[in-house]
Design a protein around this ligand. Sequence first.
Ligand code: ISC
Length: 422
Amino acid sequence: MISPGTIAQRPRVRHLTVLTHKVDDVRSLLPLADPHDPLLWLRQGYGLTGFGEALRLEFSGPTRMRDAALLWREVAAAADVCDEVRMPGTGLVAFGTFAFADSSSKSSVLIVPRTIIGRRDGTSWVTQISASDSETEPTASALRSTPMGDEYRIPLTPGAESVEGFQAHVAEAVEHIAAGDVDKVVLSRDLTGHLPAGADLRRVLADLALGYPNCWTYAVDGLVGSSPETLVTVSNGSVTARVLAGTSSRGRDAASDHQAAVDLVSSAKDQDEHQFAVQSVLESLKPHTEHVITSEMPFTLKLPNLWHLATDVEGTLTDDATSLDLIDAMHPTAAVAGAPTARAVALIDELEPFDRGRYAGPVGWVGADGDGEWAIALRSAQVEPNGDVTAYAGCGIVAESVPEKELAETRMKFRPILDAFA
Ligand SMILES: C=C(O[C@H]1C=CC=C(C(=O)O)[C@@H]1O)C(=O)O
């Protein structure tokens, strides 16, 4: 059992040797991923896949992200990196996934794979990473895809939270908001299922990547999903984020679809819900950035399953914060917790009958210089080594929220995962 507030496993910082070299266009990263324990970060055909573990660092408790940021600096400083490509995602990289709650029993991890294959802007590369006591895999075998395993479909059914329980908790949350305890709280529910032994997780990832090409398709330590929400990217001193909050269904035809988007932009309820999320991101970035600009008005982001209200944020770093420092500063935003943060988190703890695990926590990657790309782990499912699957979806609850509508919204948000698994 990992005790809260500690770095669960603090190895002496291993000296990693890292070699990145260019290869011919790999075209598709997904078939190269590990079928059973994939490491993947993919959007519009570009991204990273990794296999093996040169280093695994686990964290827990309230300081899990700060601890990760500190330890990663040490790991990066001790690494010997030879990188002939020098692009975002080349050289030393760790994939990461962090638990939502300070009290979560689920560990947060940074995994440095033994081999990473990357593709960005038409360039492909292989990175091989070895600790002093391990062998590297030959490049040719890393670039060989294995055939896709058998097809499977599994039912996902309500887990610890029933649909009635969810609606009752939404009604309770609205009462708390009316009483002035909190302005907004994000409540979620869970679905559970079980995968057959030996299931090839690339099938799920392929469905997610094909169905939601503009989202981040990710797989880290059994957490798989397709997130539309960029928590933060850091690249050469530039910081970006995409804040999402406020949702509506897609219309059945072009006219009703357009109307759904217009109604979403003009909905005071959704605009309120959205502004809490934007403000929380701006507040947490303030100490680390300058020249921060946002889209003037929230815009409508069209996904295959729904519309979201979206705001893009861009700024310039003013200190030496890494992407891990920034996720520590930003998590949890009001898009996944609520506002004010501490009271919303306490209410989630009181009303949700489960540990969120890594759902709604940061998922992404960090490089040796601290640059990285992190999404919020939405539209996700955690696959355990024994095949148990738990998926989550939630909604921002504000004063005007209606339980039946919020339930319908969770159904829309479960769609990517349901289509991929069930
Ligand atoms: C909490 C989730 O979505 C968040 C992100 C976008 C829109 C949201 C909303 O409209 O409630 C949520 O804030 C989820 O997908 O589980």
